[in-house]
Design a protein around this ligand. Structure first.
Ligand code: RTP
Ligand code: MG
Length: 135
């Protein structure tokens, strides 16, 4: 297995509802390393760059206003198989379908506000880390 880097972000609902500590502890517990971390707002530019693949879809405008609605925690997480491991910890995109024990299954209710973001591939991770942390 390869050592990978992935981009993760505790979304505004996760921060607002007080789940930062629990989410960080799940990431550490599985053995992944948090390499960088920053609490702050997502700019409109960053939101559009991160979610460009969804432009034109019915949920796009709502997604952009949600992700820019309050502070988030931006993270670079590394370790063996980090991309897939984080997706497994996160659970299904729609919290209503996410298994108990996953972050979305335990801390969210809907697909619109689903607690956490995680890159879907090593290539997406490289692009997203540049968007949020620069080169
Ligand atoms: P993410 O990119 O945030 O980690 O989530 P994901 O890969 O599991 O899901 P993706 O298909 O990339 O969707 C990005 C985000 O858009 C919102 N969404 N809303 N209302 C809807 O049908 C809908 N579908 C997606 C969610 O916030 C999702 O995380
Ligand atoms: Mg995605």
């Amino acid at each position: 297995m390869a050592i990978e880097k992935t981009y993760n972000m505790i979304k505004p609902d996760g921060v607002r509802n007080g789940h930062i500590g629990e989410i960080i502890s799940r990431i550490e517990r599985v053995g992944l390393t948090i390499e960088r971390m920053e609490l702050g707002m997502v700019t409109l530019e960053e939101a559009e760059a991160n979610y460009g693949e969804h432009k034109g879809k019915p949920f796009y405008e709502g997604l952009i206003s949600y992700i820019t609605s309050g502070p988030v925690v931006k993270m670079v997480v590394s370790g063996e198989n980090a991309v897939a491991t984080m997706r497994k910890l996160m659970g299904a995109t729609n919290c209503a379908d996410a298994a108990p024990g996953t972050i979305r299954g335990d801390f969210g209710l809907t697909v619109d506000e689903n607690v956490i973001h995680g890159s879907d591939s090593v290539e997406s991770a490289e692009r997203e880390i540049k968007v949020f942390f620069g080169a």
